[in-house]
Ligand binder design. Structure first.
Ligand code: CA2
Length: 142
């Protein structure tokens, strides 16, 4: 049976590829989803994509993942730096979590250097652009 991995994206990532290409690149979130789907098909992994600008909606989706997901790939965006609620939800999830950031948060403003989610994640990929999402799939395939 193939593994189901949830791919969760936080606030403003719906604008990916449409604003600030110098920081986040020119690929849209739909492009990223298509690239991940292509790779997931080769790895016999099923994906569930979800993006929300709302903290509670992300918490609800993590609760749903508890029922059926073998893992979570999450870019919590700005909630990485602020959300104990998302951290608490991820702490109720029993399978591996990989945190992805498109930009290298450690090269940016000091307030981006700390992520609550990193205290829970098995691994963090930051600064490799949207390739980070695809690389996270290799972790789950391994
Ligand atoms: O580098 C990342 O992936 C971030 O998670 C992106 C967040 C930022 O708050 C984190 O510190 C690092 C911001 C997402 C905003 O996405 C946009 C994409 C295109 C245009 C405007 C915003």
């Amino acid at each position: 049976m193939s593994k189901l991995i949830y791919v969760l994206n936080g606030p403003n990532l719906n604008l990916l590829g449409k604003r600030q290409p110098e920081i986040y690149g020119s690929e849209t979130l739909a492009d990223v989803a298509a690239r991940m789907q292509d790779k997931a098909d080769k790895l016999d992994i099923e994906l569930e994509f979800f993006q929300s600008n709302h903290e509670g909606a992300l918490v609800d989706k993590i609760h749903e993942a508890r029922e059926n997901a073998a893992g979570i790939i999450i870019n919590p965006a700005a909630y990485s730096h602020t959300s104990v609620a998302i951290l608490d939800a991820l702490n109720t999830f029993e399978n591996p979590v990989v945190e992805v950031h498109i930009s290298n948060i450690h090269k940016r403003e000091a307030f981006r250097h700390h992520s609550y989610v990193s205290t829970r994640a098995e691994g963090v990929i930051a600064g490799l652009g949207t390739l980070g999402y695809v690389l996270a799939l290799d972790y789950f395939a391994d």
